[in-house]
Design a protein around this ligand. Structure first.
Ligand code: PRX
Length: 646
């Protein structure tokens, strides 16, 4: 796709948008030239108990310290609930829930959500949960997930959500790392007509989690689950006796709001820590600007609350802005591939935000399942999680949006708290496949391998040169890892781990990760995690994992496995290893290809040359590059010959 495919902002959209091109420019200029003044105004989007006088105090040098609004006090749940009720919007629907089963849905008003949050918050306090304590949430996409998050926020407990698709082992290691004292889960989840055994998984995980004192179990499918006397408590029975009013904890702007584990290039997933003030301002600011949200609209983000997108754009952003946020328990393909559009028509969805992997999967089924539904309520379409290929972008724009709706391709990360690079619907002309321009207050740059800033049209490593309020503050329990991971590659800059190209118009085109992180169907994974799962199998001596191009998932998981001497590489063992990785990490880590590797390409110092393994997995074997530094070049020939064809 040529860079010059420019889809101009339609006049009708520009003239009604909150932010048009001139306003966007003015905001961007002000945010850069006078960040203090800019954020002093923008911070008023959230409800402060004590308004900050200090705005920005950040340094990317040395020990790295990031503080925003540091003498302010607030409670995130008040911004999301109380103030909307006080403003007379208590009867508006806050969460519009659509079940996996197309016949089940529910509406929770702001007043009802407030009451449910307060009851649970009171119950948690009664169980001894205090400000600063960590609470693990392992729930499906049910209203209780948002209630649990906000109840934690209410009492100052730090939530750590673990995606319901993660295995007991993955759940356990996250609980252990942050020493959670309470786990909130459900009997079972539902997805695409199938059940997910959450409580059974939790019981398995808790065998190795001595820090957990109580487990609150929400009834969802109603199936009978084991309840351990003294530890496990039924959500409804517990909350029924609690009051609907709960005094919110006064939180400093820099007190933690949540931890969310995410994968990096090395080691175990790290606990990304976000604090209260800056994160809430960023969530509200970006949700408002990027989606041009208007009161009364129905807004739907199809992510799961287990990922950052669900945190910021299902719960905190939309609720801070008093929106009606649709929460969907199901999947795009069940009962059929028209499900998204059926839900759009059923609820009159105006803003729709999903992932490229879903768009590509639906595209495969053709236009008919889309065209069967009217979709006339749609106004803005969004994309997130991975690069969107121009073909999928155009399909989304033409077929789903009937060329009426701007597409906002939003680039950001768990670490950034919210969107950093994206078009604004009424202000930025679009180019299919480009995340376009930074939001006001965001200063991206490209650097070469030596950290030299690249000017004009260029391609390089994507860095951010100054702080924004929603930035992560540290890796939970390991500040040195935070500094090392994000600020040591290029001194004085936040390194995103992504590569990008900037065209002559200053538009950014994200090219994908430049580290050992892969993006499988929008799910972020460290190749090191899959490798350590593989080598934990008694028959595996060594493993190297890389991403490979995948039509639907963006990237697939390609594993090179060396067996211990004497083990036979059989089809049965291959299947066993696939099942093993699923069990160790979860179904999202299911290997797409396993190649038996009698040897791996290593340098003379023993370092695996992943560049070569990536090329083989991608079937780009005629451009392997320099292999002269290999200890044993013959290894490569063997691997090329026995590449797993797709
Ligand atoms: O590689 C980028 C890709 O997803 C990574 C962040 O993953 P995660 O922390 O799980 O957050 C996903 C949801 C924000 C990034 O480093 N990514 C995310 N959005 C885009 C993207 N790549 C290209 N275009 C995007 N719009």
């Amino acid at each position: 796709m040529a860079d010059d495919t420019l889809i101009a902002v339609k006049e009708a959209i520009a003239s009604t948008a909150k932010v048009d091109e001139a306003k966007r420019r003015a905001m961007a200029e002000r945010a850069t030239s006078d960040p203090e003044g800019f954020w002093r105004e923008e911070m008023r989007r959230v409800a402060w108990m004590r308004e900050p006088t200090k705005i920005k105090n950040t340094s990317f040098e040395g020990d790295v310290s990031i503080k925003w609004f540091e003498d302010g006090e607030l409670n995130a749940s008040v911004s999301c609930l109380d103030r909307h009720i006080e403003a007379g919007r208590g009867d508006q629907v806050s969460i519009l829930w659509e079940g996996d089963d197309p016949n089940s849905d529910s509406r929770t008003t702001y007043r009802e959500l407030h009451a449910r949050v307060c009851r649970l918050a009171n119950a948690m306090r009664r169980l001894g949960v205090r400000k600063g304590d960590r609470v693990c949430i392992y729930l499906p996409m049910i209203v209780e997930a948002a209630v649990a998050m906000l109840a934690c926020a209410r009492i100052g407990a730090v939530h750590s959500i673990v995606f319901g698709g993660f295995s007991p082992d993955s759940l356990a290691s996250r609980i252990q790392d942050s020493e959670c004292t309470l786990l909130i889960t459900a009997d079972e989840g539902r997805r695409g007509g199938r059940k997910v055994p959450l409580k059974t998984n939790a019981d398995e995980a808790l065998k190795t989690c001595p820090s957990i004192r109580h487990v609150i179990v929400a009834k969802n499918t109603g199936t009978a689950v084991a309840m351990q006397e003294g530890r496990d408590l039924d959500w409804a029975a517990l909350c029924d006796r609690e009051a609907e009013i709960c005094e919110p904890e006064r939180m400093n702007a820099e007190d933690p709001l949540f931890i969310l584990y995410t994968s990096g290039s090395t080691g175990k997933p790290k606990g990304v820590l976000h604090t209260t003030g800056g994160y809430m301002v960023w969530a509200s600011f970006t949700h408002d600007l990027v989606f041009d949200y208007r009161p009364g609209e129905i807004y739907w983000c199809t992510a799961d609350v287990g990922w950052v997108t669900g945190h910021t754009y299902i719960v905190y952003g939309p609720l801070a802005n008093g929106a009606t946020t649709l929460m969907f328990e199901g999947v795009p393909s069940w009962p059929d591939s028209g499900r998204f559009w059926q839900v759009v028509d059923k609820h009159g969805v105006n803003i729709f935000y999903t992932a490229p992997t879903a768009i590509r999967a639906l595209m495969r089924d053709g236009e008919e399942p889309v065209k069967k539904h009217k979709r006339s309520s749609l106004r803005v379409l969004g994309s997130v999680g991975e690069p969107i290929n121009p073909e999928a972008w155009l399909w989304y724009y033409r077929v789903v949006g009937d060329e009426r709706c701007p597409v906002v391709d939003t680039w950001w990360q768990t670490e950034t708290g919210g969107i950093l690079i994206s078009p604004l619907p009424g202000a930025v002309a679009q180019k299919p496949g480009s995340a376009t321009l930074p939001l006001p207050g965001v200063q991206p740059a490209l650097v070469d391998g030596d950290g030299k800033l690249l000017e004009g049209a260029a391609e390089g490593n994507l860095v951010i040169t100054d702080s924004w309020p929603g930035q992560m503050r540290t890796v939970y329990g390991d500040h040195a890892r935070f500094v090392q991971t994000y600020f040591s590659t290029f001194k004085g800059m936040y390194f995103t781990g992504d590569g990008a190209r900037r065209d002559a118009d200053g538009y950014y085109w994200i090219t994908g990760r430049v580290d050992d992180v892969i993006n499988v169907a929008g799910h972020r994974m460290g190749t090191a995690e899959v490798e350590s799962a593989l080598v934990a199998h008694p028959k595996v001596a060594e493993a190297a994992v890389v991403g490979m191009p995948h039509d639907l998932k963006g990237q697939g998981i390609y594993c090179y496995v060396t067996l211990v001497a004497g083990e036979e590489p059989t089809e049965a063992l291959r299947k066993e290893l696939v099942a093993w990785v699923r069990k160790e990490i979860g179904p999202i880590a299911t290997p797409d290809a396993i190649q038996w590797a009698p040897g791996l390409p290593k340098t003379r110092s023993g370092k695996i040359m992943r560049r070569i393994l990536r090329k083989i997995a991608a079937n780009e074997t005629d451009s392997l590059g320099d292999t002269s530094t290999l200890a044993d070049p013959a290894v490569v020939e063997e691997l090329v010959e026995n590449r797993v064809g797709r």
